[in-house]
Write a protein that binds this ligand. Structure first.
Ligand SMILES: Nc1ncnc2c1ncn2[C@@H]1O[C@H](COP(=O)(O)OP(=O)(O)OP(=O)(O)O)[C@@H](O)[C@H]1O
Ligand SMILES: [Mg+2]
Length: 324
């Protein structure tokens, strides 16, 4: 595995109490593979990603347990300086909002070029050539002219392409994309997503794709990890999950997709709300909302059961769920 997160725990200590945002996450991604991370708002998708990247807000955040193995090394044991090197060259993150991630007073060419002058010791002239190459690569038209422009002079979709270019600049082994297309128009979303997926395949990078869009997941992911209240509740190859979920929460998510062939039918949405992370219910955190919950679900935290060698589910009743 390129990246393996093992039993990761993250808390936020705030004035109101301790929010248990990540409660034993296990997931991994291989080179050349795309892992989609799904789950409702507040389930810990971004916090887990920030811990992997080493950009968690600490304090109030604190990693209270676990390992983050990247190319075999535990990142949590590295000194900050070594960590910074990994973050610069080996892994990169793409965020939802390019406008707030890019520097507004530097031209796009200078920002892209900096990756090469700072990290690779290139001359400004060579770095400029590289910047134009990258802009071509993410298919920004007229790269030679536009390299002098500033972020606000680009459309949302083009800005997102610039972020992808920044992330790809040093050819990292791992990219984490946290809802990279959420802020874009639907048509532009698909273009940007296709581009990202294509470059990921071409460069054989590992990609962790955090998204709410199950349509995107079906198109580009190899495996899915479903998060609930800071845990992985199911992880499996995409096709298996779409065929038959092994967790009632995954089932609820899938049934929330509008289907063109069932027009007029009411959209199933999972009833209730995600738990308060300062007061997660005992047993399975999903039990108050689960249509399959039994007494054991209200008392015993379900372990990650091995459904098969490719798949895990944190449900006491995964068999019933698979067959239902
Ligand atoms: N800086 C912070 N300070 C305090 N609590 C935080 C902070 N960042 C995150 N949290 C807590 O961690 C929880 C998980 O947040 P996270 O951003 O990982 O959710 P998410 O799954 O990415 O949701 P979304 O889909 O809305 O992006 C939040 O609900 C919040 O309680
Ligand atoms: Mg998030």
């Amino acid at each position: 595995m390129l990246l393996e997160v093992r039993d990761l725990h993250v808390e936020f200590r705030t004035r109101d109490g301790v929010a248990k945002a990540v409660n034993g996450v296990n997931y991994g991604v291989d080179a050349g593979e795309t892992l989609a991370v799904l789950g409702e708002s507040g389930s810990g998708k971004s916090v887990t990603a920030q811990a992997v990247m080493g950009i968690l807000d600490m304090p109030p955040g604190k990693i209270t347990g676990g390992e983050i193995l990247f190319q075999g090394k535990d990142l949590l044991k590295l000194k900050e300086e070594e960590r910074r090197k990994v973050r610069g060259a080996e892994m990169a993150m793409i965020f939802q909002d390019a406008l707030s991630s890019l520097n507004p007073v530097l031209s796009v060419g200078d920002q892209l070029g900096e990756m090469f002058t700072v990290h690779r010791g290139m001359s400004r002239k060579d770095a400029r050539t590289k910047a134009i190459e990258l802009m071509d690569r993410v298919r920004i038209p007229a790269a030679k002219e536009r390299v002098r422009q500033f972020p606000h002079q680009f459309s949302g979709g083009m800005r997102q392409r610039i972020m992808i270019a920044m992330a790809l600049a040093l050819e990292p082994a791992l990219i984490i994309a946290d809802e990279p297309t959420t802020a874009l128009d639907v048509t532009v979303q698909a273009q940007v997503m296709d581009l990202l997926a294509e470059l990921q395949r071409e460069l054989r990078m590992g990609l962790i794709l955090i998204t709410h869009d199950l349509g995107v997941v079906a198109d580009v992911a190899d495996r899915i990890a479903v998060m609930y209240a800071g845990r992985i509740v199911e992880q499996a190859p995409v096709h298996d999950i779409y065929k038959a979920p092994a967790h009632p929460y995954t089932k609820g998510l899938l049934e929330s997709i509008p289907r063109l062939d069932q027009k007029g039918q009411e959209l199933y949405a999972i009833k209730g709300l995600p738990p308060n992370l300062m007061n997660i219910p005992p047993g399975c955190a999903f039990n108050p909302r689960c249509p399959m919950a039994q007494d054991v679900c209200r008392t015993d935290v379900p372990p990650l059961h091995e459904v098969d060698d490719q798949r895990v589910s944190a449900c006491h009743f995964w068999r019933e769920c698979l067959n239902g």
